[in-house]
Design a protein around this ligand. Structure first.
Ligand code: MSP
Length: 649
């Protein structure tokens, strides 16, 4: 990724209907690593994150809590702000889309695009998924008319709407992709985007009249902006566009690198550059889509109780160990898995064994063989020369990997220096170099070892900022304050002879195997893995989200026939039209109150996605809803006419 010395890096802005979890923390951490590396390498760097607070999804979440949207988003923003502070991410700004600086900027962007002729009023008639806040086509749907991202049933909507002339930008976008093949990374994602655009683009509906929780459309208060038009603009409004009072826009745009999850690639690689082109603004430098994390091999979901809280991990293992594991064990750009055992394994092998032992051993040797002081700077022989060369190669290789956003490969390159230094100490055996005769060799060996550790501390800092500073302190140096990155690369030989180093103290304690069961228990790993806990998780307040409610598929059913189940007093067998190819059989325990003919022709409410069950040998495919009045069932019907199959929401 080319650069002119400026590096503006952004995360997606997170929807505040959820709490921070390991997936969102993953995006934050990876972006943080890239920001820290670029700062260390001397780039004029800016790191932006934010919160996405408007739209139908947030409005519904607020309503489900019985709250107005404004206090709801204020309440929900707090856990994000706290989490990122506790996780120590180094963002320079966190923008909330409900801030005035954002709203006024977005309205100006809208006006600009409209004045240039790319906005018109029309009618949207199609499908919408509130979970994704996205318009979908029939062909995009999963079987059963469901959202392909697992958000349940999509809605049919018909409404007046302003449209953005996206179709006009298909050709310019294809040209952009051709001229700048690294506009979308990794390369496989670029193929996905360009083939989508090649199929042709429809104009994009960018306003809604069905709710009010959004930024008003300039000049037409009946409409609020589509949440993605609002959200994408954060990348420039946070820089102060268009007034740019602090000169941030002039300084950092278009040096933008948008780090996002693969699920929101189209918005960033198609809509966003087209919006910027329409406004006559330059497009960002690149959009990098990372993969998704599963948890111990399973999709992360609240109902599986396996969402992982990054703060619990921090208290258990420390931020840096988690960062190292996440960045080392997933290929940035591909899907990955978060596995608790693997995390512990990484801590023990990479951190406690390879790196921790090296640092510890170095402190011990300097104390034993050099009075606790850094020895004279001596060149030594071939072995020392090889370590100096390795340090330079690792720094070069890691830097070019970081530039390519290949974080795991960058760490690998740094680890080569760690492994070689361990081997160097083992082969040199400095503990045998005793007395005055061996002084020069001993000094050369110890100096090389300590200097290699200093180099490692610098190279590890983007991924492990806290531990890097601890390592520097362990070899007698004063680490830079948290706001300043240890520079990259660092010249060989900067550690001063004569410096005294503190008593050895392990930087990375090993996790004892015996402690693992209690760690798993504290983190709730085993209960999350147990199949015997199908109970959906509930938030502490006992409330469910709109998405959780949406997983129950309620439909209007027209009763076509109803007969008693032989040899029972309570059961009726119903034939119910749910708008499907054939009527469904539903067995219901209502015969004490209802006789067959009472029900035929009635419109009832059916749970349509219930797993089939056999009752008295008859397969029942669904359940009707009834209130229990004095212990007797009273069935729910619908007010007025409703076609069989109509969704109840
Ligand atoms: N609000 C939009 C983004 C607007 S950007 C102008 C949004 N928000 S989100 O909160 O739903 O998701 C934010 C990011 O978190 C996305 O990039 C998404 O891919 C990422 N992740 C959410 N769960 C994840 C995993 N399980 N694994 C990795 N990343 C995941 O989309």
């Amino acid at each position: 990724m080319k650069s002119d010395g400026r590096f503006y890096v952004t995360t997606p802005i997170f929807y505040v209907n959820d709490r921070p979890h390991i997936g969102t923390a993953y995006t934050m951490i990876a972006t943080d690593v890239l920001a820290r590396f670029h700062r260390a390498a001397g780039y004029d760097t800016r790191y932006l994150t934010g919160l996405d607070e408007h739209g139908q999804k947030i409005a519904s979440a607020a309503e489900a809590q019985g709250m107005e949207p404004r206090p709801f988003v204020d309440r929900m923003a707090k856990p994000f702000e706290d989490a990122w502070r506790i996780l120590g991410t180094s963002h320079d700004d966190l923008i909330r889309t409900t801030e005035e600086r954002h709203a006024s900027g977005v309205q100006k962007l809208w006006k600009l695009v409209a004045d240039r002729g790319d906005v018109y009023l029309g009618e949207y008639d199609g499908l919408y998924c509130v979970g994704c806040e996205a318009y979908l086509m029939e062909k995009d749907l999963a079987p059963g008319g469901q959202c392909p991202q697992g958000h349940g049933q999509v809605r049919k909507v018909r409404m007046p709407s302003y449209f953005f002339r996206l179709s006009k930008y298909a050709e310019p976008l294809l040209r952009l992709y051709e001229e700048r093949p690294d506009f979308v990374r990794p390369a496989s994602r670029m193929n996905e985007v360009s083939s989508f655009v090649r199929e042709g683009l429809h104009d994009l509906s960018i306003s809604r009249t069905s709710f009010t929780w959004g930024i008003p459309v300039p000049g037409d208060d009946a409409h609020v902006m589509y949440v993605w038009f609002d959200a994408l603009s954060n990348y420039i409004t946070a820089l102060g566009w268009p007034e740019d009072p602090q000169g941030l826009f002039a300084r950092y745009w278009p040096a933008a690198h948008h780090v996002i999850g693969k699920d929101i690639l189209r918005f960033h690689a198609i809509y966003w550059p087209a919006m910027l082109m329409a406004a006559g603004l330059p497009v960002p430098r690149c959009v990098f889509a990372h993969g998704w994390l599963t948890i111990n091999g399973r999709k992360m979901s609240k109902s599986l109780r396996n969402t992982v809280d990054p703060l619990a991990l921090k208290w258990e293992f420390g931020n840096d160990a988690v960062r190292h594991y996440l960045m080392r064990d997933t290929v940035f750009g591909l899907d990955g898995d978060f596995n608790h055992d693997q995390l512990i394994e990484r801590i023990n092998s990479d951190l406690a064994n390879d790196l921790g032992n090296l640092v510890n051993r170095a402190s011990n040797l300097v104390h034993k063989l050099s009075d606790g002081r850094i020895p004279e700077r001596r060149e030594g022989g071939e072995r020392e020369a090889a370590i100096r060369a390795r340090a330079a190669e690792s720094a070069d290789e890691a830097a070019s990997r970081f530039h390519a956003f290949e974080i795991a490969r960058a760490i690998e390159a740094v680890w080569t220096l760690c492994a070689d230094t361990n081997r160097f100490v083992q082969d040199s055996q400095p503990w045998t170099m005793k007395g005055e005769a061996d002084r020069e060799r001993r000094d050369a060996c110890l100096y090389t070892m300590v200097e290699a550790i200093r180099q490692l501390a610098h190279m590890l800092a983007p991924v492990m900022p806290e531990k890097s500073r601890e390592i520097l302190a362990q070899i007698g140096l004063e680490p830079p304050p948290p706001s300043v990155e240890p520079p990259w690369p660092s010249r060989w030989g900067e550690i001063e002879p004569g410096l005294s180093i503190p008593a050895p103290r392990p930087v990375f304690p090993r996790i004892d195997r015996k402690a693992v069961p209690s760690i798993r228990e504290r983190l709730g790993v085993d209960s999350a893995l147990s199949e015997a806990s199908p109970e959906p998780a509930r938030e502490a307040d006992g409330l469910i989200s709109i998405e959780e409610f949406g997983t129950t598929d309620l439909r209007i059913g027209l009763v076509l026939e109803a007969e008693p189940v032989p040899k029972t007093s309570k059961l009726l067998r119903l034939g119910v039209d749910l708008g499907e190819e054939a009527p469904r059989t539903i067995v219901a325990g209502i015969a004490e109150v209802y006789k067959g003919p009472d029900l035929v022709g009635k419109r009832i409410v059916v749970v349509a996605n219930l797993r089939p069950a056999k009752l008295r040998g008859i397969e029942s495919r669904g359940m009707l809803l009834a209130a229990s009045v004095g212990g007797k069932p009273r069935i729910l019907t619908v007010d007025g006419d409703a076609a069989p199959g109509t969704r109840v929401t």
